[in-house]
Design a protein. Structure first.
Length: 458
């Protein structure tokens, strides 16, 4: 006969009720302890490249693990910001700023996004707080950013004391000098602006922008010829090097998105920071081995760092991916030319000669694809010169000048070739043109002037 379980009595029901109440209390306590605030952003996989997705996932997990950590939120924001996910970065920086209102880093980053969006009225008080919280170079840079935003808003009187403070801390800084020039323009002190801008023309940070402003000042002073000369010089100069900014450098180091890494690496290379550029780009090369642009840039950077074998391999990889891309053959010519120069210095004549001939062949292929590619003619000429073929080198340089008539340095090389071929009158013409075309900071300008003087004496 089956046993019959006794029905639960009052004591059992009392214990069960206590357990339920205890569990409810634990749940309520957990809900009470659980931090409030926004959930960290989570873009879809479709919005992100694989490397970005991995970086976001790791940083987001850190936020979920430590939701009250300003550093965790801020670092996630830096990853978003460095990889073109600005909306998500804004949420993270706002939360980091709330969790750590005494930091200067998070409000600094927050104001960058607000300024990017043109919301200066919202940015300025946050920027002022970043300045008051900060110290050292980063604080001075933020103060200069504030000065520039105030000047853009026409609030020169408010900008002036901040600029005085920055100048007291960093009196010889090119950005301080340039911002003082902008303040002088705003205050209609054109003589002071002129002096400051003329002093700013040699800095790589201000050589172009100073000339743009100086041309305006010259026009206002009625000196139209100087204004035209200044504007022409500005047109020939490359873009200024970006202002040094430790906050920007910190977040940009988190870039893993291909396009952003390429842009940042190119900026670093322009500033001569080849090792930093290569370190940033190499992981992207592994992630995207079939990207022609990435392989070409890797080739360029490795060559600059003296890794000629690695540079050549990267460029040849790009050639396998797109054999009809003219830049592939142009870069290969450059790599082989520099490799040959290195081998010649080491006394390896046969290997150097083979490398120079390879540079000629690569340049010829680039010219087949684009006959007016002046820089390909230029590198061909340099390789031919190393091979001792001076007449052919001169002919290639003449084509290079015809294709790129604004490149004064190539004209100087052509003048040298013409002198060696006993054609001094033609060399004088080329040197005169080169001097007219020279950017103000051209390293070869003094040499061109000396050679021209020597030829005219003869």
């Amino acid at each position: 006969m089956p046993s019959i379980s006794p029905s639960p009595g009052p004591r059992w029901r009392r214990y069960a009720a206590l357990v339920v109440l205890a569990l409810a209390a634990v749940g309520a306590g957990w809900m009470w302890l659980r931090p409030s605030g926004p959930v960290p952003p989570s873009p879809t996989e479709a919005e992100m490249e694989p490397a970005v997705s991995r970086a976001v996932r790791v940083a987001r997990d850190r936020v979920l693990d430590k939701p009250r950590s300003a550093v965790a939120w801020g670092e996630l924001g830096e990853i978003f910001f460095a990889n073109e996910l600005e909306d998500e970065a804004l949420i993270c920086f706002q939360q980091a700023d709330k969790l750590d209102p005494k930091s200067d880093l998070w409000p600094s980053l927050l104001t960058m996004i607000l300024i990017n969006r043109g919301d200066r009225d919202a940015a300025l008080p946050i920027l002022e707080r970043a300045i008051s919280n900060g110290r050292g170079e980063a604080s001075v840079v933020r103060r200069l950013v504030l000065v520039e935003q105030l000047l853009l808003l026409g609030r020169a009187a408010e900008a002036e004391p901040h600029l005085r403070e920055a100048a007291a801390r960093m009196p010889d800084d090119p950005r301080v000098r340039y911002d003082n020039a902008l303040l002088a323009i705003a205050q209609r002190d054109l003589a002071k602006a002129r002096t400051l801008l003329e002093a700013s023309r040699e800095s790589p940070y201000t050589q172009k922008r100073a000339r743009v402003q100086l041309a305006v000042v010259y026009l206002r002073l009625g000196e139209e010829q100087l204004a035209a000369k200044c504007q022409a010089e500005s047109d020939r100069l490359a873009a200024d090097v970006e202002w040094p900014d430790p906050v920007v450098a910190k977040y940009k180091a988190r870039a893993v998105k291909r396009r952003e890494v390429l842009r940042i690496a190119d900026d670093l290379a322009t500033a001569g920071q080849f090792a930093d550029a290569l370190r940033l780009l190499e992981p992207v090369g592994k992630e995207f081995p079939d990207d022609v642009v990435v392989q070409l840039m890797l080739g360029r950077l490795k060559t600059k760092m003296g890794d000629f074998e690695g540079g050549e391999a990267a460029v040849r990889r790009a050639g396998q991916l797109d054999p009809d891309k003219v830049q592939v053959h142009y870069y290969l010519s450059l790599v082989l030319l520099e490799k040959g120069t290195m081998l010649a210095r080491q006394g390896e004549k046969e290997r150097a000669r083979a490398s120079f001939q390879g540079a000629v062949d690569a340049a010829n292929r680039a010219i087949e694809l684009k006959s007016d590619y002046g820089f390909a003619h230029h590198y061909k000429a340099q390789a031919l010169k190393h091979l001792g073929k001076l007449k052919e080198a001169a002919a290639a340089l003449e084509k290079a000048v015809a294709c790129t008539p604004d490149q004064g340095e190539i004209r100087v090389e052509l003048a040298d070739a013409l002198v060696s071929l006993h054609r001094p009158a033609e060399a004088i013409v080329q040197l005169e043109q080169a001097i007219v075309l020279a950017p103000p900071n051209a390293t070869w300008l003094e040499t061109a002037r000396n050679r021209l003087a020597e030829l005219k004496i003869k």
